[in-house]
Design a protein around this ligand. Structure first.
Ligand code: SF4
Length: 78
């Protein structure tokens, strides 16, 4: 799955939402989240993010590794 990280917080540009072919990017209060089971790993969202907040899970920078869990847990709560 792809994961949205820190740069999205309080920005929510939403350019990625338009690109996602399976509509698996959802809006939270402070950032957007990718549904880990719905994402088809197409990569379309990554280049359109103006702040490079989106990463393939294995490429997530170390300082933002907690965002993998944050994305998963967002969907546990709804
Ligand atoms: Fe959607 Fe593709 Fe991005 Fe996954 S990688 S969130 S399917 S645009």
């Amino acid at each position: 799955t792809y994961v949205i990280a820190q740069p999205c917080v309080d920005l929510l540009d939403k350019a990625c939402i338009e690109e996602c072919p399976v509509d698996c990017i959802y809006e939270g209060k402070r950032m957007l989240y990718i549904h880990p089971d719905e994402c088809v790993d197409c990569g379309a969202c990554e280049p359109v993010c103006p702040v490079e907040a989106i990463y393939y899970e294995d490429d997530l920078p170390d300082q933002w590794s907690s965002f993998y869990k944050a994305n998963v847990e967002f969907f546990d709560d709804i």
